[in-house]
Design a protein around this ligand. Structure first.
Ligand code: KIV
Ligand code: ZN
Length: 505
């Protein structure tokens, strides 16, 4: 790979990412994330803002001491005390960087800093020179660059490069820019700053309009070679450009990002994302690109059929390439027979066509009641429908009423020996009432010896499985039934046991 095509990944999860409300991390957690970022293969870790608190200073120092490979960077305002703190923490790294920022937009200079352009220019140059006296690797950011007058921006960039900055970072601090506009800002800098080839152009885009990644990619296409980003897109307000999206866009669309590449081991992306989410307590939305739980999950029957026939019909990336195990075929009400059949085969369940048809019908009925059908649901369907004992007794309808002020009552309609019969009963509870009603219809009296219920799948709409042991004529008959309704599961389990008893005669 030509060095000109290498896109430097500057990870700021531990600095800007941690500025995300509610995402604070302690030293131990920061170190754990930094170690994983090094395994992921990022080039630079911005570990914190050392002057901001003693805890942040210690975190940056700990990361600098213990994480080998990437450059370790500390943020600083254009003030000697900030630069001293930043140096005091990053100097423990073999590859230290000091990152200085100073706002250059009219809005920030007038209302926040209350300083004129000349003063800002002087402070920026002085700060870079001071940092350069401590480390060789100095980065400068004209904060709010995207809202800065272009002529002043070019002047500041030229001056800080002359003062020794080896990276100039162009932030879209408030996420205000749009891709074409941001691309023009970068090409304007390339065209109008005479010494620009003496430094790396970096970009740092916030996501207030949801354009952080698009703006970063537009900048890359116009000459930026460092991107500042965070895992899971964490960051101040709506966050920063997301690392995983930038890296995978460059890799997946190499026809557009011609020959460009990053040093990221993409197979570590999912693991890194999970770690950051776990330690910051910031969940990843299921539909988040690249790393969301649904990023490789297919629900629609047409899509499932396509993916099973040829993955590339509906998948532009391989899930394994970002560290997911495999694409997920979510079985639900939109799934077709092909996906259903293929999942059964994966579970080692090879059914003959007629059983497959029956099981598929059952699956569709269950899918109308439940959002997602898990493997355990399928096993329960097969157990109940296919490995089934011939039915003398078959449940048609049931109705129960119970509460703390009513006597539990059940009304059941059952087909028994080919006849449709009704019976009602009361009992200690709704299940007991149902079992008594079944006994009335069949004339088979079973003594319930054991009753167990468990949830076989996850979620509020989980499938409940009931197992019973019924004693009749001195023998024990076991039965099993599953349903999203536990009363129905209980009836099915009892009916299953009674059928065995009926066959036994
Ligand atoms: O968003 C921003 O401008 C920043 C700077 C410190 C680079 O985070
Ligand atoms: Zn920022």
């Amino acid at each position: 790979m030509n060095n000109e095509n290498k896109i430097i990944i500057f990870d700021t999860t531990l600095r800007d990412g941690e500025q995300c409300p509610g995402a604070s991390l302690n030293i131990k957690e920061k170190l754990e994330i930094a170690k994983q970022l090094a395994i992921l293969g990022v080039d630079i870790i911005e570990a914190g803002f050392p002057v901001s608190s003693p805890g942040d200073f210690e975190s940056v120092k700990t990361v600098a001491r213990n994480v080998k490979g990437p450059i370790i960077c500390g943020l600083a305002r254009a003030l000697e005390k900030d630069i001293d703190a930043s140096y005091g923490a990053v100097k423990f790294s073999d590859r230290p960087r000091i990152h200085i920022f100073l706002a250059t937009s009219k809005i920030h200079m007038k209302y926040k800093l209350k300083k004129a352009e000349d003063e800002i220019l002087r402070l920026a140059v002085a700060a870079v020179k001071y940092a350069k006296s401590k480390v060789s690797d100095v980065e400068f950011s004209p904060e709010d660059a995207s809202r800065t007058e272009p002529a002043f921006l070019h002047k500041v960039v030229e001056a800080v490069i002359a003062a020794g900055a080896s990276t100039v970072n162009i932030p879209d601090t408030v996420g205000y820019s749009t891709p074409f506009e941001f691309a023009d800002i970068i090409s304007g800098i390339k065209k109008n700053v005479p010494n620009i080839d003496k430094c790396v152009i970096s970009v740092h885009c916030h996501n207030d309009l949801g354009l952080g990644v698009s703006n970063s990619l537009a900048a890359i296409l116009n000459g930026a070679r460092q991107v500042e980003c965070t895992m899971n897109g964490l960051g101040e307000r709506a966050g920063n450009a997301s690392l995983e999206e930038i890296v995978m866009a460059i890799k997946t669309r190499n026809d557009i990002f011609k020959g460009m590449c990053t040093g990221v081991n993409t197979k570590e992306i999912y693991k890194s994302s999970r770690l950051v989410s776990k330690l910051t307590g910031m969940p990843v939305q299921p539909n988040k690109a690249i790393i969301g739980a649904n990023a490789f999950a297919h629900e629609s029957g047409i899509h499932q059929d396509g993916v099973l026939k040829k993955r590339i019909t509906y998948e532009i990336m391989r899930p394994e390439d970002v560290g997911f195990e495999e694409s997920k075929i979510v079985l639900g009400k939109h799934s077709g027979r092909h996906a259903f059949d293929s999942r059964l085969k994966n579970l080692g369940l090879h059914l003959k066509q007629s059983d497959l048809n029956k099981a598929f019908e059952k699956f569709k009925v269950l899918a109308d009641k439940k959002k997602e059908i898990f493997d355990e649901d399928l096993e329960a369907i097969i157990d109940e429908e296919i490995s089934k004992v011939p039915e003398k007794v078959h449940l048609i309808h049931f109705h129960t009423a119970s509460g703390d002020r009513v006597k539990p009552t059940a009304v059941l309609t059952i087909r028994y020996n080919g006849k449709v019969l009704d019976a009602s009963s009361t009992g200690d509870g709704p299940v007991d009432a149902c079992y008594k009603a079944i006994d009335k219809i069949t004339g088979i009296s079973g003594k319930l010896m054991d009753y167990q219920i468990r949830s076989v799948t996850r979620g509020k709409d989980a499938l409940g499985e009931v197992s019973v042991k019924v004693e009749s004529k001195g023998k024990i008959f076991s039965g099993r039934g599953a349903s999203t309704d536990i009363i129905e599961a209980s009836i099915k389990a009892y009916v299953n046991a009674i059928n065995k008893r009926a066959i036994a005669g």
